[in-house]
Design a protein around this ligand. Structure first.
Ligand code: AMP
Ligand code: GLY
Length: 406
């Protein structure tokens, strides 16, 4: 099978790593990729959000399957263009990807499907925003309606800060604050059938103890030993199946991964957000544990054959990912510094995110530079193995959290 992966982050490195390990995969391509992906796949220089360029590349390579990683290409219609060219694609089309591309659309689908989520109001004026903020009270949750690369959500106890964010955005969703631990659950979907992957937890704040600004994610681990029994089944029943059915009813069959961000509240799991793609860095740990060869599963999603797949299997034990971020991430990350100490150890390895190759060396090229994945028979050993390798990575000015999975 010839597979083309679109994207250039840690999630795409994890996807490529798992695809490379699948004996069904004869050729692996990635566009645009990064320095780590270049070691296992052939890179191509295309603009990942340009549907025409991506479809043309897939056709030229004779790809059997295209896997679209990030949200921006999905919302731009890359999956539609690939499918229009007759090539199976893992990833929702432009309209279904609006589950992530518009918080208001996601809320509309959830309400129509009876999915448990925070009560919300969609607002376009300061007056509407003020009324909604007063209705729900503090802590205030204000979300930019559109894609904002992880910077769209403000959770604050301060009314003026909440109003300021609402005013800075054209349209916002204001909603009630959900209290409880957060879980990321990925469901693989083929348009009608959906299957859950093992739940993971992400660490969104930049600094230890959940302090500091929101980020794309500073670390993750799986499995979750503390998660209630039957959590995945409950979320599939109450969230994923009703959502996929509602989309299909609207003529928008959902094909790809539905990322369900949940708060486990005292009244049960409620949806914080939907994403139309794998989470980063949760994917790095979930795919590490997934034993079932990946290409066959993604192909089954892309071709509507998920119902015929045997149940997914996982490796025993735990995986922990620790993100190493560039100096001054997330505000304004410093780029172009040399990175060393990337060699794997017996139970840990590096997945690249914001890296590039320059004159034979690996240099930083993004905010989240890499993730170290450690594995072990239990969470503690996996964490120790991850941090041991984090300690060997050298990148001037870099920072990481020291409390992932603790
Ligand atoms: P998002 O960009 O939608 O992932 O939101 C970023 C983070 O904001 C989430 O991971 C939560 O920690 C927090 N958040 C979003 N919505 C809510 C909510 N309704 N209640 C509490 N926290 C929230
Ligand atoms: N780790 C959170 C995300 O991918 O959005």
């Amino acid at each position: 099978m010839r597979v083309l992966v679109i994207g250039s982050g840690g999630r795409e490195h994890a996807l490529c790593r798992s695809l490379k390990l699948d004996p069904q995969v004869s050729e692996l391509h990635c566009a645009p990729g990064n320095a780590g992906i270049a070691e296992i796949a052939t890179l191509h220089d295309v603009v990942p959000t340009d549907p025409r360029q991506v479809a043309e590349l897939a056709g030229r390579l004779g790809a059997d399957l295209v896997v679209v990683g990030p949200e921006a290409p999905l919302v731009a219609g890359v999956a539609d263009a690939v499918r229009a060219g007759g090539i199976p694609c893992f990833g929702p089309g432009r309209q279904a990807a609006m589950l992530e591309g518009s918080k208001a659309f996601a809320k509309d689908i959830m309400n129509a499907a009876g999915v448990p989520t925070a009560r919300s109001r969609t607002c376009t004026t300061r007056e509407e925003a003020r009324r909604a903020l007063e209705e729900f009270g503090a802590p205030y949750v204000v979300k930019d309606d559109g894609l904002a690369a992880g910077k769209g959500v403000v959770v604050t106890g301060d009314l003026d800060t909440a109003l300021e964010h609402a005013e800075a955005c054209e349209r916002v969703v204001i909603e009630e604050f959900l209290d409880g631990p957060e879980v990321s659950l990925f469901a693989l979907c083929d348009g009608s059938t959906a299957v859950a992957l093992q739940p993971a937890q992400d660490f969104k704040r930049a600094y230890d103890g959940d302090e500091g600004p929101n980020t794309g994610g500073m670390g993750a681990y799986t499995p979750l030993p503390w998660a209630p029994d039957g959590l995945s089944e409950q979320v599939m029943r109450e969230v994923v199946h009703p959502t996929v059915d509602e989309l299909a009813r609207r003529g928008l069959p959902y094909n790809g991964v539905l990322y369900v961000g949940l708060a486990l509240t005292s009244k049960g799991p409620k949806v914080i957000e939907f994403n139309a793609r794998f989470g980063d860095p949760e994917t790095q740990v979930v795919l590490d544990r997934l034993e079932t060869p990946l290409a066959g599963v993604l192909m089954a999603c892309a071709t509507g054959a998920l119902a015929h797949q045997p149940p997914l299997t996982y490796r025993e034990g735990s995986a922990v990912a620790v993100v190493v971020a560039a100096e001054n991430y997330p505000a304004d990350p410093v780029k172009g510094d040399v990175i060393t100490g990337l060699e794997p150890t017996e139970h840990a390895y590096v997945l690249h995110a914001g890296t590039a190759a320059k004159e034979g060396r690996t240099v930083s090229a993004g905010g989240r530079v890499l993730a170290v994945v450690g594995t072990g028979p239990d969470q503690e050993s996996a964490r120790n193995n991850a941090y041991e390798l984090v300690g060997r990575v050298r990148l001037r000015g870099s920072h990481h959290r020291t409390d992932i999975a603790r």
